[in-house]
Design a protein around this ligand. Structure first.
Ligand SMILES: C[S@@+](CC[C@H](N)C(=O)[O-])C[C@H]1O[C@@H](n2cnc3c(N)ncnc32)[C@H](O)[C@@H]1O
Length: 410
C-alpha cells in the first residue's frame, strides 16, 4: 500500500469478477480442455492492474490466475491458451510460456537456471532466437549481461540435447525469450506475443498527445464495474481511448482483430495453427444498444476520436461532441475519465482550478460512480469532503506515478 498524506484511505480495492464472459473453448470441448493444464503462463500487465488482468484471464479461459510480481500474473493451462489470450484479452501486454521463475544469487546462477531447461520443445533446430531482458532493482550486472548469459545457456543446453548450435538473430528472431529480473527473482520463457505489445491495438489513426494506454482504459472500465446497459460518459475523452475500448468490450470485438503485425506464437513450430484459426472464426461480436457518450473541450481531439472510433468500427456506438466538462450534463450511471495531468498546463493552480470546477459540476448531477486516472494527488485533495472515495490505487504509467480514484456521491 502507498500513502498520500492527508488523504483518508478507502477499503482495499474493489474488482468485480463477472461470469466467465466467453466460456467458448473449455466449455464446448466438454471440459477436456479445462482439465489438462500442463503449461505455465506469465502475462505482463500494468503494475497495479494485476487483479483486472487475473480476472479477465479467469473469464476468458476459466483458469485461476494469480499475481506473481509487479505487473505480472501467472496461470497454468494448455498451449492453446496463448492464441486465445493474445487475441482476446484486453488487459495484458504479453503472454509468455513461463520456463523459469526462481530466486537467484548471481549471473552464474541465472545461467544455470536457464541451462537446465530443454529448449528443443520450443525452438526448432533451424530457428533463430534472441533474448530480451528487463531488469529492476540494484545489481552488479546489466540487462545486456543477463541476455548474454541466458543466450549462452540456451545454446549450451541445445547443443547438449540435440547437438545443434542455435543461431542468434537480434533483429528478426524466430523465437524471442523474455527474461524479467526483479531484485533477487528471475522469470523468463518463450514470448508468444512478439515485439509489439498487445496494448498497441492497431486501430489508432489519430494520436492524441496524452493518449491513454488501451489496457489502462479497459482497466478503468472494469474498476468502474461498468455494465453494458448502463450509461457511460468520458467528459475529457481526447482521442477517445476510453469510449472506444468500452464499445469494443461491450460488443465483444476482439482487440487482436486490429493487430498489424504477426503474433510471435505464429512462428512457434509447436503451436497448432488451427487453434488460432478457430479463435478467429468464433462469432463473438454482438450488436448492442449502448449509451456511451464522449466529449472533449477540443474540436480537434473530437475529430481525431471520431476517426479512431471509425477505424475501430464502433462509431455507431458512441455519441461524440465538443463540450466543457465544467458545465456539461453529467447525469450518467458511470463517469470514467483521464483528466489532464497538468504537466502541459503550466501551473498547479490552473489544474487545481479545473479539477475544482469539474467536481463542482459533478455535485450538480446524478451519477453512480466516477473513476478518474490522475497524475498527482491534486484531484484527490480537491475532491476531499465533496466526493466519497471508495477505491484508490497507484499504477505506473511508464515512469509516471498515477492514481486511479473511484468515487461515489457523498
Ligand atoms: C489526458 S487527455 C485525455 C486523453 C485520452 N484519454 C486519450 O486516450 O486520448 C485530457 C483531455 O481533457 C481535455 N480537457 C481539458 N480541459 C477540459 C474541459 N474543461 N472540458 C473538457 N475537456 C477538457 C483536453 O482537451 C484533453 O484532450
Amino acid at each position: 500500500m502507498f500513502g498520500i498524506r492527508g488523504i483518508t484511505h478507502p477499503p482495499p480495492p474493489i474488482f468485480v469478477l463477472r461470469e466467465p464472459l466467453k466460456k467458448f473453448f473449455w466449455e464446448q470441448e466438454g471440459g477436456v480442455y479445462l482439465n489438462s493444464a500442463e503449461w505455465e503462463f506469465l502475462a505482463t500487465t500494468i503494475k497495479g492492474l494485476e487483479d483486472v488482468a487475473s480476472g479477465e484471464i479467469e473469464e476468458l479461459l476459466g483458469r485461476r490466475a494469480e499475481k506473481i510480481g509487479e505487473g505480472k500474473i501467472k496461470w497454468s493451462g494448455k498451449k492453446e491458451d496463448a492464441p486465445i489470450a493474445n487475441y482476446l484479452a484486453r488487459s495484458i501486454h504479453r503472454v509468455i510460456i513461463l520456463l523459469v521463475n526462481e530466486k537467484f544469487v548471481d549471473l552464474t546462477d541465472i545461467y544455470e537456471k536457464f541451462a537446465s531447461i530443454g529448449y528443443s520443445s520450443y525452438i526448432a533446430p533451424e530457428q533463430s532466437f534472441a533474448v530480451v531482458t528487463r531488469r529492476k532493482g540494484r545489481h552488479n550486472f546489466t540487462s545486456i549481461d543477463v541476455s548474454r548469459e541466458v543466450g549462452r545457456a540456451i545454446i549450451d543446453s541445445y547443443l547438449k540435447e540435440k547437438r545443434v548450435r542455435l543461431g542468434v538473430n537480434l533483429d528478426k528472431p524466430d523465437v524471442i525469450v523474455r527474461v524479467y529480473v526483479s531484485d533477487d527473482r528471475v522469470m523468463g520463457g518463450v514470448d508468444t506475443t512478439g515485439q509489439v505489445s498487445l496494448h498497441r491495438r492497431g486501430y489508432r489513426v489519430y494520436q492524441h498527445p496524452a493518449s491513454l494506454k488501451t489496457t489502462i482504459a479497459y482497466g478503468l472500465l472494469r474498476i468502474a464495474d461498468w455494465k453494458f446497459e448502463e450509461s457511460l460518459v468520458d467528459p475529457m475523452c481526447g482521442g477517445g481511448t476510453i469510449p472506444i475500448e468500452a464499445a469494443l468490450y461491450a460488443r465483444g470485438i476482439p482487440p487482436g482483430k486490429f493487430r498489424k503485425t504477426e503474433f510471435a506464437f505464429e512462428r512457434l513450430t509447436f503451436m497448432d495453427r488451427s487453434i488460432f484459426e478457430k479463435v478467429k472464426s468464433k462469432k463473438l461480436e454482438r450488436k448492442l444498444n449502448l449509451k456511451i457518450v464522449a466529449t472533449d473541450a477540443s474540436g480537434k481531439h473530437i475529430n481525431g476520436a471520431i476517426e479512431n472510433a471509425k477505424s475501430a468500427g464502433v462509431l455507431d456506438s458512441i455519441e461524440f461532441s465538443v463540450a466543457d466538462a465544467r458545465r456539461m450534463d453529467l447525469d450518467f450511471d458511470k463517469i470514467v475519465a483521464n483528466v489532464p495531468y497538468g504537466i502541459r498546463m503550466g501551473s498547479i493552480e490552473r489544474i487545481g482550478k479545473l479539477y475544482g470546477e469539474f467536481i463542482n459540476n459533478l455535485l450538480k448531477h446524478e451519477w453512480r460512480r466516477l473513476v478518474v486516472i490522475v497524475g498527482s494527488d491534486i484531484f484527490l485533495r480537491e475532491a476531499q469532503g465533496k466526493l466519497k472515495l471508495i477505491d484508490l490505487r497507484e499504477i505506473m504509467y511508464g515512469d509516471l506515478r498515477t492514481f486511479i480514484c473511484s468515487y461515489e456521491r457523498l
